[in-house]
Design a binder for this molecule. Structure first.
Ligand SMILES: [Zn+2]
Length: 201
């Protein structure tokens, strides 16, 4: 897939591994002359942070690059059945990512099917809500053990399966050792994918 054709981006929280590549994305669209509009839904204060990053790395005009790359920042504190694309609806959930606040998870609904995203979070009631509402949930499973402070682990996945045995869970944000262990978990509803791999349900 050509990244320049991405029409919607959801930013869950402002840790560098979740937003620091946006200036490069903007330049990619700027130089490739993309007509496709990209709307970036993001926590309040994101645009200012990205502008700061941009000027740290490039002596260019942020507003001009933003305008010509056809990127719009839409900052939110809550999304409620937001129609981000025709017939695609997003809800946001305030999750618990330790001292990184705000941190959001999402549900994305199309044609009655729902994908959940925990963003980065420890196991909390909002993550449970996301799993409960979703057919497939993509969850932060950083650690092998139970996550304590700001992420989940494979033990948290097992706890969620006890509560929601019929839901499908795709782990993400895994450390290398966690990924090896995740592949050994014997549960057909626990789906370990490689980066870029697609999953249909
Ligand atoms: Zn994070």
């Amino acid at each position: 897939m050509n990244p320049c054709s991405i029409s919607v981006i959801l930013i869950s929280h402002l840790h560098g591994d979740h937003f620091a590549d946006i200036p490069f994305f903007m330049f990619d669209k700027f130089f490739n002359g993309s007509d496709e509009k990209t709307i970036i839904y993001c926590p309040e204060g994101t645009k200012k942070k990205i502008e700061g990053l941009f000027y740290l790395m490039f002596p260019a005009d942020f507003e001009k690059v933003q305008d010509e790359s056809n990127v719009e920042f839409r900052e939110f504190s809550k999304l409620e059945r937001e129609e981000v694309l025709p017939n695609i609806y997003v809800d946001s959930f305030l999750v618990d990512h330790g001292n990184c606040k705000p941190a959001y998870g999402f549900t994305i609904e199309r044609d009655g099917k729902i994908v959940g995203l925990s963003g980065d979070s420890k196991l909390c009631s909002e993550v449970e809500q996301i799993v409960e509402k979703s057919d497939v949930a993509v969850l932060d499973a950083s650690f092998i053990e139970k996550g304590e402070i700001s992420h989940m682990g494979l033990v948290d996945m097992e706890e969620l399966f006890e509560q929601y045995p019929n839901k499908k869970i795709i782990p993400t944000h895994m450390h290398d050792e966690t990924k090896k262990m995740a592949r050994k978990m014997d549960n057909p509803n626990f789906i370990v994918l490689n980066d870029g791999e697609e999953f249909e349900f």
